[in-house]
Design a protein around this ligand. Sequence first.
Ligand SMILES: NC(=O)c1ccc[n+]([C@@H]2O[C@H](COP(=O)([O-])OP(=O)(O)OC[C@H]3O[C@@H](n4cnc5c(N)ncnc54)[C@H](OP(=O)(O)O)[C@@H]3O)[C@@H](O)[C@H]2O)c1
Length: 248
Amino acid sequence: MENIQNKVVIITGTSSGIGENTAKLLAKHGAKVVLGARREERLSSIKQAIEEAGGTAVYKITDVTSSKQVQELAQLALDEFGTIDVLINNAGIMPVSPLHAQKMDEWDQMIDINIKGVLYGISAVLPTMRENKKGQIINVASALAHVVVENAAVYAGTKFAVKAITEGLRQEECENNIRTTIISPGAVQSEITNGITHEETKDAVKGMVSKVWLQPESIAKAIAYSVNEPDEVSTNEIIVRPTIQKAF
Ligand SMILES: NC(=O)c1ccc[n+]([C@@H]2O[C@H](COP(=O)([O-])OP(=O)(O)OC[C@H]3O[C@@H](n4cnc5c(N)ncnc54)[C@H](OP(=O)(O)O)[C@@H]3O)[C@@H](O)[C@H]2O)c1
């Protein structure tokens, strides 16, 4: 994993789950990680854990629905480490429910965080990467960026959008030597199901995924693989499901 060494990596949604595990793994391999999420206590203790293990981390409270805050997170990377090598747009929520439940606030939040947050991240790092003529943007989508299942119409819609945006970015920026990667996890144990407010859907999701889910480290390893590949290799998409996950 020598190509991870010294890379400056911004990761959104680093206060738990896939983001936290990715930050710790990349820092273990020598990356300088820049952490962003809303819960400061979590960010602070993750930074401390990384430093105690010999790694380098800084953090900033960041709500990805604010383009200004995402810009400030990118600026933190530039101020502290002088450049940006990798952005991992990982922050996301999954309050799934049937459309007839009319949870419009949750639709708005999913669109703001899962789609607009990704766009704000891309916007914040592209000038630096274009100037450097290199970089990597990793967007965390989902197995539900490939298929739609009932009760996940809006969530899947946001992840289909992430996939489309990433492919557009690839075509626009490949000649600037900017690598793009879509990471599409299947079921992973994390706090994400806590945000489901539609009780029937919550029970169904928890009942299904708790039998099959992966630990977030498995997704972190796939991300680390793509970061470690040499500059001329753009790992454009990885889908990582639990082996026994049959549905979607
Ligand atoms: N777990 C799965 O089965 C699964 C499957 C496919 C895809 N994914 C995707 O994987 C990504 C990570 O999810 P996870 O499973 O690791 O869930 P998680 O443990 O709930 O982590 C989600 C992270 O996103 C952050 N976040 C949420 N809203 C935010 C906002 N407005 N601004 C900044 N950060 C925000 C949270 O931090 P704060 O609350 O502190 O801000 C948290 O750190 C998401 O994009 C999710 O859609 C997960």
